[in-house]
Structures are given as C-alpha cells and as structure tokens.
Design a protein around this ligand. Structure first.
Ligand code: SF4
Length: 331
C-alpha cells in the first residue's frame, strides 16, 4: 500500500548468519524486512535471542550483513562502502548501548568520551568550540559542566547512560539505534532515561530504532512496534493498533503477560501461557518458527514459512491464520 511518509531506513530481507562451527550456522537474523520513517520511533521487541540486537548491529554495520539490503536515507549501505561513505554513516547513525558500564572507556574523562566523535569527524574548529559542545551535550542530557573532568566510575548507572546518550548526540546524528538502553538500569531510573530520549526526539526531530524486551516500556516511547521471534519478524503495526488488535499469537501472548493496573480488568483477562522455551536458532523449526509454542499451530505451519505481508494499512504479520491467499486455496 502507498505510504507518503519519507523513509529514513529500509531494511529488506536482511540476513545475519554466524558460522559457529564447520557444520553449524546460527541464523540470528533471517529475512527481516521493515521501514523506519523520518522522525518516528520504531520499537523492536522480542525475547532475548530473537535477533533484535543483531538486527540493530547489522544495520549500523558493527556486523557485516550476510544478505539483504539496508537503505539509509536513499543510499544502499548493506553492500561494500567506501571509507568516506562509512565515515559519513558513522556520524549520521549512532548507537546507544545496553550496558552503560561496559560501553564507556574507564580511562577516558567524560569530556573526551563525549568529544570522541567530534574529534574523529573534525567537527570542532577549536578547543573552545569542542569544550562548548561537550558542555552543551552534558546540559542537554541533564548533567552539568563539572562532570566533564570526571571518569565514568564516578557516576551511577543512570548518569553513565546519560553520558552515552550525550556521546551519541554530540555529532548531530539523524538516526539513533538504542539497544536496550534501559535494561541494565534500576527501575526507578528507567523512566527518567526513557523520558529524556523522548524529549530529545521531540526537540531535535531524531529518528529512533528502540530495541527492548519489555513491551510495556516500548509502547510508551514508540510510534510503531515490530515484534521479532527467533530471527524473524512476527508482526509490525502502530503502537495503538498492535496493543489493541494484536494478530500474531506470539504478540498476543506477550501482551497478555503485561499486568493491567485496573484489578477488575486484570482478573477477567485471559493469559496466554506459552509452552516450552525458544528453540535454538542453529536448528530452528521448519515452516513457522513459532509453531512449537503456538496454541493455534496447523499442519501447514510445519511445512510452509508464513509470508510477511500487510493485512491492513500499516499492519504487517507473518502467520497463516491471517493469510487470505492460503484460506482461498484451502476453500
Ligand atoms: Fe501459529 Fe501457524 Fe501462525 Fe505460526 S503460522 S503463528 S504456528 S498459526
């Protein structure tokens, strides 16, 4: 269906395989497709091991893609890139990492951590301009100038994540991949960091890919949400549509696990409890990868991989229950 919004990122049939032994291949990301529109936040969720972080890291080229296309602002960045193009990309696309303890160099002062990108891309014309940018970034993320001359170990987890955000923002990026940026933080700090990211997005018109395993937090921050399972996309829709009309049994089960504040609604809700664990991505189930845990699995689910298709405008799903062509064939 036609959509006139401008695309910041197009991910087409992206694959990332890891050869872990001579005969074993881990298919971490297997034919994943989605778009991210300019100025939006797309949440990408799923249990650990579903491939969401690998998808983010492959998009930003921390991993070389095995196959597929990544088109960033009209340019194909999934293929071989010139040094110049790589450098430009590394400025425009930034990543905020999950672990604020491991992602900051303990031997560098905060001012040098934040200014690292400015130095690499020669964005500050003088030492004064460099320091002014560092101060500006510290203030933007709710820290202050005095923090510039300290080392990461002098900060709490939440403050370190703010430093990580300041580092990402310093080079004036267009697109930020936030890879579980709050999961290593105390619950009391998580909302503060999420609110900060939301504020920054509104003020600076940034585009975000927000990777998380917590569906409730993603709803708060995302315009649209994509759900991944075992290296595949299961469903994608606007946040409201996904939370109100989930189509994929996996999304339904994830949503049914989120507690509702109203005790009456909570009591009357039906929980969908999934049987078993997530299978190994080295030897995933045939057909639909979710079939070993799906309460609605049919014969066809073991034989045919469900098509990733748009069932209604903007609502994508990969499930035979919602494949009109398959229903017509059966009838
Ligand atoms: Fe369940 Fe089949 Fe749909 Fe997969 S394709 S989610 S197994 S009904």
């Amino acid at each position: 269906m036609a959509d006139n919004r401008e695309k910041m990122l197009e991910v087409k049939n992206l694959k990332k395989y890891f050869h872990i032994s001579r005969k074993d291949v881990l298919k971490a990301v297997d034919e994943v497709s989605f778009d991210v529109y300019k100025g939006e936040t797309l949440g990408l969720v799923g249990e650990s091991g579903c491939g969401k972080s690998t998808t983010g890291r492959t998009i930003i080229r921390l991993y070389e893609p095995t196959d597929g296309e990544v088109i960033f602002d009209g340019e194909n960045i999934g293929s071989k890139l010139s040094m110049k193009a790589k450098k430009n990309l590394s400025r425009r696309m930034q990543m905020i990492f999950q672990d604020p303890y491991a992602s900051l160099n303990p031997r560098m002062m905060v001012k040098d951590i934040i200014a690292e990108g400015l130095d690499i891309h020669h964005l500050a014309k003088s030492p004064t301009e460099r320091m002014n940018r560092v101060y500006e970034m510290l203030e933007t993320v709710g820290l202050n100038r005095e923090h510039a001359n300290r080392y990461p170990h002098e900060f709490s987890g939440g403050q370190r994540q703010r430093i990580g955000i300041a580092r990402a923002l310093a080079v004036d990026p267009d697109f930020i991949i936030a890879d579980e940026p709050i999961s290593a933080l105390d619950v009391s700090i998580q909302a503060q960091v999420v609110n900060l990211l939301q504020e920054l997005q509104e003020k600076q018109g940034l585009t975000f890919l927000f990777i998380a395993h917590d569906l409730s937090m993603v709803k708060h921050i995302s315009d649209r949400v994509g759900v991944m399972y075992l290296g595949n996309m299961a469903e994608l829709a606007t946040s409201d549509e996904l939370y109100e009309h989930p189509l994929h049994p996996y999304t339904q089960s994830l949503l049914s696990a989120i507690p509702v504040a109203d005790p009456e609604v909570e009591r009357s809700r039906e929980r969908i409890i999934l049987e078993g664990d997530v299978p190994s991505p080295i030897d995933p189930p045939s057909g639909c990868r979710f079939r070993t845990r799906c309460p609605f699995a049919m014969d066809v689910c073991a034989k045919v991989r469900p098509k990733w298709h748009e069932v209604e405008e903007g609502h994508w799903v990969a499930c035979h229950l919602h494949d009109e062509e398959l229903k017509t064939e059966k009838a």
